[in-house]
Write a protein that binds this ligand. Sequence first.
Ligand code: FES
Length: 176
Amino acid sequence: MDPVDQWKGKNLLFVAGGIALPPMRSLIWTCLDTRENFKDVTILYGARTVDQLVYKHELKEWEDRADVNLAVTVDPGGETPDWKGHIGFVPTILEKLAPKAENTIAIVCGPPVMIKFSFPVLKKLGFPDENIFTTLENRMKCGLGKCGRCNVGKVFVCKDGPVFTLKELNELPAEY
Ligand code: FES
C-alpha cells in the first residue's frame, strides 16, 4: 500500500532542509489535496540563508492556511534585518517546536547532516522508528534494480526505496 494511504487519520510532520523542499513539496501538495484525510499538518523548512529559501510563494500560501502549521528557519547569520521566521538549525528548531509524537508520521528530507541530527530529536520526542520516513540518495544508474550500483546489502535503493522508515534503515548494513 502507498505510504500516504497508510498515513490517513494521522498527524503529519514534514521536516525539510535546503533544496529538499522541491521533492518534498510534491508530497506535501499530494497530502494537502486530500487534507481531510489527515489531522494536524506541520511543515518545518530550513535553509542556510533567507536568499536560499525556495518556493517562497508556496511558503506564503502554507503560512496563510489555517489548516497548516508552518515554521521556516534560517541558519544563524543567514537572516536579513526584516526576517520574521526562526533562526537556528533545523534540528534545533524541531526540538524547540516539540511536535507531539502520538499518532504522528514524520517525513524528513534534506542534507545528510540535517537528517542525522534530526533523528535523535525525533526519538527524544517519542517518535517510534516506524513512524519516521526519509529518503536515501545513493548513486543510481539503471534505476531498475539491475546494475547493482545503488544497493545496500540486499536492498536496491532505486527499486525498494528510495523512501524508507528509520526502522527499515536500522535493519540495513551500516554502509548506507
Ligand atoms: S540503480 Fe541499478 S540497481 Fe539500482
